[in-house]
Structure formats: C-alpha cells, structure tokens
Design a protein around this ligand. Structure first.
Ligand code: SAM
Length: 470
C-alpha cells in the first residue's frame, strides 16, 4: 500500500523536497531488527559484553551491533523466528524496536534506581520491562493499559521479564492518576496516528487519516493532564509517540505547557552525539528528540522530557481503599515461601485468594495501596499455592531470576525438547528427577513439570503454549 497522499504532501512541505523525499523513501525499506537483553537473565553482566561472547549464550540471535543509546540493546543481522527460540520464552530478551529504547537513555542521569514509575499506556510492555530493569529491586513500575485484552498480553510479558518489581493495572488513566503526586516518573507513550510505523506495519498506512490525527491529539491532551496529577513535585514527565506528526508531538506539548504553566520546568538530559542521527530540539520546557528512519537506525519515534517544579503544588493522595485483598500468611507458610527465594528477608509475603505472593519490601506497601483501590491484574512474584504446607509453584515463579534453584531440581533440556515442553507436548521422563522439576534450557528457566514414574505432567500454561508450526 502507498503512503497516504496528504502525509507525503505534508512531509515534503515541512521537511523540504530532499529531506522529505529521503524520509518517504526510507519508509519503503526493510526495518532493522533489534532486541533488548534482560540483564537479570544474562551472565556475565550484559554491559561490556562483545557480540561474539553473546552469541554463545544466545545461539538463535545474530548480534550485529549495539544500540548506541541502550547498554542492553542490540541490532540483529537478520530476523530469526523468535517463536522457536526458547530464550525468547524465558524472558531473556524482549524484541524491541531500537528508537523506543531511547526512553531509558533519557532517564540515565535522573537517578531512577529505587524510583516509582508510572507507565500509563503500557501494553505490550516494551518500555515497562525497560523501566523495570532500571529501577531495580527497591523500585516499582506500575504498568497501566486501558484495553483489557492488551493488558493481559502486558501481564504475560511482565511475568516473563520476571523481576517482581512491577504491577499491572487495567484502568482508564484517570483512575490510576487518582494516586496523586505519587510517582517519581510518569511516562506517557501515547496512542497516536502511528506514522512512524508506516514501514513496519502496512495497516498503519491504511488506518491513517487527518481525522484520526485530530482525534489522537485530543486524546493525548487528556492523558497528559491526568499524568500530571500523578507526578510528584520534582518528578520527571516522559512523553513519546511513534508519529512524525507535529500536531501530536510538539503541538500536544505546547497545549500541555499552556495548561501546566510555570510548574513545568526543564529536565537535565544526557548528551546526544550527532552521529546517532537524532534531531534534538525544544518545545517550551520540554527537550525533544525526533527519530527519522532515513537518519537513525530505527523506526520513526518522538520523545520529550521535562520536570514538575520541585515547589509545585500537590501532596501525595491515594484513593479510598475499596477492598482488602491481602491475607497474612502464617509462620509455617512464610518459611516455606522463603525457601524458594534468594532474597527471603527482603520480601514480604501475603495470600491473595488461593495464591501466595512475594513483593520486595521497599514497595510492598505501595502495591497493597494500589491493589486495594484499583484492579491490579498482576504484581510482585506469584509464588503459588500451598498444599499441606508445600508450595505448588505458580508458572510465574520460574521466570523470576531470584528463584532459589536449590528449592527444586532443574532439568536442563536441549532446545528441541524444550520446544516440545513449550508446546505442551509429551517429553521423556528420563531427563527429570522424580517429583517436581524446574524446566530450563541453557539454564534459563521456562516453567515447571512433575515426573511421576515414567509419566511427565507438563505444567506449562496453556495460554502461553506455542501453537505455530515450524
Ligand atoms: N508503551 C507500549 C510499549 O512500549 O510496549 C506501547 C504503547 S502504545 C504506543 C499506546 C497504548 O495506549 C496502547 O496499548 C493503547 O491501547 C493505549 N490507549 C489507547 N487509548 C488510550 C487512552 N484513552 N488512554 C490511555 N491509553 C490508551
């Protein structure tokens, strides 16, 4: 499908014949493929690794070169079939377009370790998982998605990333932002007209119209105003879209600046070397960053950052608790749960319905407050259910890098058998110990299975199973 005519006319008018023509031509080329590794599931530490060392750990990925603005980001020389790579299912990497990884770079000097981040438009979770790797165990990422079906996919990706420092809500932004002045960072990766996706996704071309641009811009205005309430004084506001449209980029920021007034101030940003090809600018207090595919190795993207003034009005306010979900666990249960984690003393434990959960202590109270007021569809680490004092582990526990591997024997399968496991097909019992086993491939955990004599009970969730045929 051709590029929309009025899009082409606008680009040629705004950027000039040469630059606009180069952009349109780039939108008809093959997009680069990139991934972001999960540092918690790569040893040794990802930073500083050379591509040949990495290839040994990720045999399906042909690493070409690093994404310059993201330590864990890599361009691949070719697109593999991610579905048939067990590391993909283990949450050892996320397939994420390179330009999008820049939001992490913008937070580089903001001191976000231990921060509370709200990712307001979060599905499928590319940026959520990036923020989770940045805030660490003492931080919290609240990932919200308004669309329930997309929120379920987000929750799957959050569980797979496994860090246990995320909570997923499925609300209108207004409901989450009733947690006023509560977050150190609020990120709005806004729904937009998607012009930056014209190369990757032919449907984006078909869905584009002037009317849709106007509708998106109005929706962005509403979302940003909500986001502002949730941000603490002194906190960082990150805005991004995957469109080139000024109306939804600088235009939205200008309308927002008029609303926020003097409480919106500039944020400090790390230097952006010219050779990255990113166009840096300003829109009022916002530092802005434009990614054009004819200049940068990545898709079309727009990002902006500013701060709320430290002396801005607003005190933290949480909505009224509507229910009490968390039931205390007794001493014996707590001891059983502690056996399964490498951070027994740094976690708090509670039961929600039949399932026992663990949350890192630093944010456990915050998660409880959220869960009492909003529909939280997943948070912390789901440990599982207790039967006669023994844990029947939840599939999510396998993905948690803090799982104590001494709690259960590991069956480290070859790739072919691991794929059989991921399809929920039968696997031979001889690779497993009698009873419960952690199933892994290349030592990266995928789930659990139970051997009973010559039979193996495959405990991989049906909802995650590979259906696609090779
Ligand atoms: N941040 C995500 C990532 O990196 O994987 C991508 C987010 S996508 C660009 C924008 C999201 O906003 C979509 O998942 C969409 O469902 C959601 N959305 C749509 N309408 C919305 C609204 N009115 N308020 C908040 N979010 C909305």
């Amino acid at each position: 499908m051709e590029l929309p005519r009025s899009f082409v006319a606008r680009v040629l008018r705004d950027l000039g014949e040469a630059e606009g023509g180069a952009l349109c031509a780039a939108l008809d080329t093959v997009p680069p493929v990139s991934v972001r590794l999960n540092p918690a599931k790569c040893t040794p530490a990802v930073a500083g690794m050379a591509s040949d060392n990495l290839s040994a750990g990720f045999p399906h990925l042909a690493f070409a070169r690093r994404v310059p603005w993201c330590d864990a980001g890599w361009y691949l020389a070719e697109r593999p079939s991610f579905t048939f790579d067990s590391d993909f299912h283990a949450g050892a990497y996320y397939v994420q377009e390179a330009s999008s990884q820049f939001v992490g770079y913008l937070l580089r000097d903001a001191g976000v370790a231990g921060a509370r981040i709200l990712d307001l438009c979060a599905a499928p979770g590319g940026k959520t998982t990036l923020y989770a790797s940045l805030v660490g165990e003492s931080g919290l990422v609240v990932a919200n998605e308004i669309d329930r079906r997309r929120a379920a996919v987000l929750a799957d990706n959050v569980r797979k990333w496994g860090l246990g420092n995320m909570a997923v809500t499925a609300c209108d932004p207004q409901a989450v932002c009733d947690f006023e002045a509560w977050f150190d960072v609020v990120a709005v990766d806004a729904p937009c007209s998607g012009e930056g996706m014209f190369r990757k996704d032919p449907e984006a071309r078909a869905a584009w119209s002037e009317a849709n641009v106007r509708m998106c811009a109005a929706r962005q205005d509403t979302i940003l105003r909500e986001a502002w309430r949730a941000l603490k004084p002194g906190g960082v506001l990150l805005y991004s879209t995957c469109t080139f449209n000024r109306e939804e980029d600088e235009g939205t920021l200008e309308r927002f600046a008029a609303f926020a007034g003097g409480e919106l101030v500039a944020a400090e940003v790390p230097p952006v070397p010219v050779e990255w090809g990113i166009l840096c600018g300003k829109a009022g207090a916002f530092h802005t960053f434009r990614f054009y595919p004819h200049r940068t190795l990545g898709e079309g993207f727009f990002a902006a950052v500013a701060r709320k003034a430290p002396d801005a009005s607003g005190r933290p306010r949480t909505p009224k608790a509507r229910r009490s979900l968390f039931a205390a666990v007794d001493r014996a249960a707590r001891e059983e749960l502690m056996r399964w984690t490498l951070a027994p003393e740094r976690m708090c434990y509670a039961r929600v319905a039949d399932t026992c959960y663990g949350w890192f202590e630093a944010q456990a109270d915050a998660v409880r407050q959220l869960s009492e007021a909003l529909p939280v569809i997943c948070s912390g680490v789901a440990f599982g259910q207790l039967f006669k004092g023994r844990l029947k582990p939840d599939p999510a526990l396998a993905f948690h890098p803090g799982l104590n591997r001494d709690a259960v024997p590991t069956a480290d399968l070859d790739e072919e058998t691991a794929l059989r496991y991921l399809r929920r097909q039968d696997i031979a019992a001889d690779a497993l110990c009698e009873g419960l086993n952690l199933i892994a491939c290349r030592n990266r955990a995928l789930g659990f299975a139970k051997r009973i004599g010559a039979r193996v009970n495959n405990m991989y969730p049906n909802s995650l199973r590979i259906i696609k045929q090779e």
